[in-house]
Structures are given as structure tokens and as C-alpha cells.
Design a protein around this ligand. Structure first.
Ligand code: LLP
Length: 429
């Protein structure tokens, strides 16, 4: 039932998240509720670290802050010694807030504005540019401590078409020619430390993709090293490691993947005399995705035109992935895990959109009004993509560790929905 998610358990039909009864959490903190398992986050990190340590000790593991930027989650990740990949200045600031050292923050903006470039320089963090223009504009303002280009190696992969981040259809990165021009300019401007980066897609479950795309990046690295005469401190192959969302999917063979990435990487470094770069990875989903559960209460059952609808209090504003990508998330009846009777149902939210359906016509164990439902694998791109659409407050977030559950973000209130709006005087009459 829980497949490889060892932090979930069935105790007398109730879903336990680590040592905590999900129904107790729902009663205490109300629903919808995001719950994260600290133990699972740490064990995901450990699994990846072990493989890296085994095959390529000269590595650097970063975490893509955007995947889940709750400060407590970031603190856990920092305490495991990872660096932070920040996609904007706010993420640089969040990383600093939880004491990631400046040296361990990579600022990978997209289509940077001049203001962002200047703020990044003030933060004295390593820069990763995704356009020649941004790199050249930045050099006019100052020298970043480390200069990296995000290349588009001409191919990509991703769970959904919108998650393919490289290749001819993608907006990200630069072609090799622009990368060469950017590194030349940086070298001329006196920059001494360099990295190279790609991020070619997200949610990839094809193990062979990772060594294949690494080989592509190593060709580009070789060209840059030869033509510009610089050495790379790191070569960053990005994130993208997928997790199995549906029971049909299998977890990635991480040991095999790292072994084969390392083989490709090490051989290219040696053959092409690329110096001593670290292999860098910056996953998000792989570290936190399966460690999150969304708890939501069933309020209304309805039968209409032969279909059964299960109305829950989470909606697309709480978890947008199903509405946005058609993403599959496993759904459990957390109140009644031993229920044997099955029914075909659609699990739907309260938002005024017909895409607001977490499952359509799925066979699930019988659910009744008042039950608590758990939507799995929401630790990445869950809360961070939530919104206030339909003027619904964003949910609370809970961190579970053993038998302890701690609130790490309070549920929003009406005043946060109103936010910073002002009503001009003449409209107040
Ligand atoms: N590095 C960069 C520069 C990125 O843009 C991303 C994710 C990552 C690393 C981490 O990728 P991961 O290991 O998590 O695949 N909203 C989508 C996912 C978008 C990913 C955006 N970039 C989803 O819900 O599946």
C-alpha cells in the first residue's frame, strides 16, 4: 500500500506518518494540511550521498530551493551539508536566513533584470547565467565570485511536456557558442573561478537519460576549456531525478545512475584534461517529493450522471499539479486503510474550475463523509505552488519527526487574503 514509503504505516486502519496518527493531526491543526516527514527527507539525502560517496567522492550536492522552501525544510537540508540552488534573490535570502554559507549558494536566475544582477552581486554568491546578455550586463556591474553558464545541450526530457527544460523548444540556457563568448568575456574581466551548469528537465524516470545527458555536457565542457583556456571548479548536471507517483512507476536505481554518471564524467575529465572539477547535482523532487503528504477532509459526497464525486477541502489552490499537468498522485483513505469495498470515484476540490480534480474515475477503497484522505508525494512543488485562488487561505505545514509533530507554517487568515490591497478613497464612498 505504501510501496517504498517507509515513513507511512497502517495502525488499526489509521494512517500514521512516522509515529503520528494523521487523524490526530487533522483534528489539531485542521485541514487541508501539508505534513512532511523529517526522517524521510534525511534518508532520501543519505541514499543519494552514499551513492555519490561511493562512485565520485569529488562531488557537491545542492538542493533546488524552489521544490520546497519552507525554512524548516531548508534547515534540515542545510544541516545535512548540502548547498542551495536559488532561482531568484528571495531564494538567496531564504538560504541565508537558515545559514547556508555564502560559498554554498548558487544563484541561478532566469532572464535576469539589472536589479537582480546588482542584488546578486551584493550577496556575493556564485552566479549561474542563462543568457549571454545577462552575463555581459552583470560584468558591467561587477565580478561575481564564481561565474557559471547554464547551457542548453540541445536535448531534454521531462515527465510532462512542460517539464522539458532543454532542446529546441526550451526557453532556458544558452547554446555552446554563447557560452564560449560569455566565459571569454568573464576571463577578460578578471574572473578567476568558473562552473558549468545545465538543467534539462524534471521528473525523469529513465535511468539511462542521466549518463547520456552528462556525456553531452562533457562535450560542451571540453570545447569551452579548450577554446577559452579556463578550468571548471564544478560541472553541474542539474536536478531532474524523478520519483514514482503511480504504482506503475518504479523508483530510480540511484546507485546505477550515479555509477554511470560518474563513469562518463570521470572518463571525459581524464581524456580531455579538464582539470579537477567537482561533479555537482542539484535535485529538488528526489530529496523531498515523497516525504510530503496532503491531508484533506471529505465533506460532501455526490452522485451525478452515474459518477461518484468525493468532495474534499483541498483543491487546485492547495495542490495544483493535477490541474496543471494532469499529474497523478496516489490517494489513500487515511481514516479507513483496511476498507475492502472498492468504488470508482472522482476526488475533487472546491475551486470553481473543472480541472480541480485530484483523481478522475479512479477505483479507490470506499470513502464516506467525514473521512480523512491523504494525497501522497506532495513534498515537492506542493505548497510552494499553492495559491489563494477563489480566496482560499493557504494551508498550514507540519513537520513530523518520530512521535513529534510541529507546526512550521500557520494556516493563513482572511487578513492575509486581503494582503496589501488598498481601497482608493473615492471607492470607499
Ligand atoms: N535546478 C534548476 C535550475 C531547476 O530549475 C530545478 C527545477 C531543479 C534544479 C530541481 O529539479 P527537480 O530535481 O526537482 O526535478 N513544477 C514542476 C517541477 C518544475 C521544476 C522546476 N525546476 C512539478 O510540479 O513537477
Amino acid at each position: 500500500m505504501f510501496r517504498n514509503r517507509d515513513f507511512l504505516a497502517n495502525r488499526a486502519g489509521k494512517l500514521f506518518i512516522e509515529g503520528v496518527n494523521s487523524e490526530t493531526l487533522a483534528e489539531k491543526f485542521s485541514t487541508p494540511l501539508y505534513v512532511y516527514s523529517e526522517t524521510r527527507i534525511r534518508s532520501n539525502i543519505q541514499r543519494l550521498k552514499n551513492a555519490l560517496q561511493k562512485y565520485i567522492p569529488h562531488h557537491q550536492l545542492y538542493y533546488a530551493v524552489k521544490a520546497n522552501s519552507n525554512l524548516s525544510v531548508l534547515s534540515i537540508i542545510r544541516s545535512e551539508g548540502l548547498g542551495a540552488d536559488a532561482s531568484c534573490i528571495a531564494e538567496v535570502e531564504l538560504a541565508k536566513r537558515v545559514r547556508f554559507s555564502q560559498e554554498k549558494i548558487l544563484y541561478s536566475g532566469i532572464y535576469h533584470s539589472d536589479t537582480e544582477l546588482q542584488q546578486g552581486l551584493q550577496h556575493k554568491v556564485a552566479f549561474n547565467f542563462d543568457a549571454l546578455s545577462s552575463a555581459l550586463r552583470c560584468l558591467k556591474f561587477g565580478k561575481p565570485p564564481l561565474f557559471s553558464m547554464r547551457v542548453n545541450p540541445g536535448m531534454g526530457d521531462g515527465k510532462f511536456s512542460g517539464l522539458v527544460f532543454a532542446g529546441p523548444e526550451a526557453k532556458f540556457g544558452v547554446e555552446a557558442d554563447d557560452a564560449v563568448a560569455a566565459y571569454r568575456a568573464a576571463k577578460k574581466a578578471g574572473v578567476k573561478r568558473f562552473g558549468l551548469h545545465m538543467m534539462t528537465g524534471s521528473g525523469v524516470l529513465n535511468p539511462k537519460y542521466f549518463p547520456a545527458i552528462t556525456a553531452k555536457l562533457m562535450e560542451i565542457a571540453t570545447r569551452i576549456v579548450k577554446e577559452v583556456g579556463i578550468e571548471f571548479e564544478f560541472i553541474d548536471i542539474g536536478g531532474g531525478l524523478g520519483i514514482p507517483y503511480s504504482p506503475k512507476e518504479k523508483p530510480l536505481p540511484i546507485d546505477w545512475i550515479i555509477k554511470n554518471i560518474a563513469k562518463t564524467f570521470t572518463a571525459a575529465v581524464k581524456k580531455n584534461k579538464l582539470g579537477n572539477p567537482k561533479l555537482m547535482l542539484e535535485p529538488g523532487r528526489y530529496l523531498v517529493g515523497d516525504a510530503g503528504v496532503l491531508l484533506t477532509k471529505v465533506h460532501t459526497l455526490k452522485r451525478m450522471y452515474g459518477k461518484n464525486f468525493v468532495g474534499v477541502d483541498a483543491g487546485m489552490q492547495t495542490l495544483v499539479r493535477p490541474a496543471m499537468y494532469g499529474a497523478y498522485h496516489e490517494i489513500l483513505n487515511a481514516s479507513d486503510l483496511n476498507q475492502n469495498k472498492k468504488e470508482k470515484v472522482s476526488v475533487v476540490g472546491p475551486a470553481c474550475e473543472n480541472t480541480d480534480q485530484f483523481a478522475k474515475g479512479r477505483i479507490l477503497p470506499k470513502i464516506v463523509e467525514g473521512d480523512l484522505v491523504a494525497i501522497l508525494d506532495v513534498g515537492s512543488y506542493g505548497f510552494v505552488m499553492s495559491s489563494q485562488y477563489n480566496n482560499r487561505a493557504r494551508p498550514a505545514e507540519i513537520l513530523v519527526k518520530g512521535k513529534e509533530a510541529r507546526i512550521i507554517r500557520e494556516r493563513e487568515t482572511l487578513s492575509e487574503i486581503i494582503g496589501k490591497q488598498t481601497l482608493p478613497k473615492y471607492l470607499q464612498k
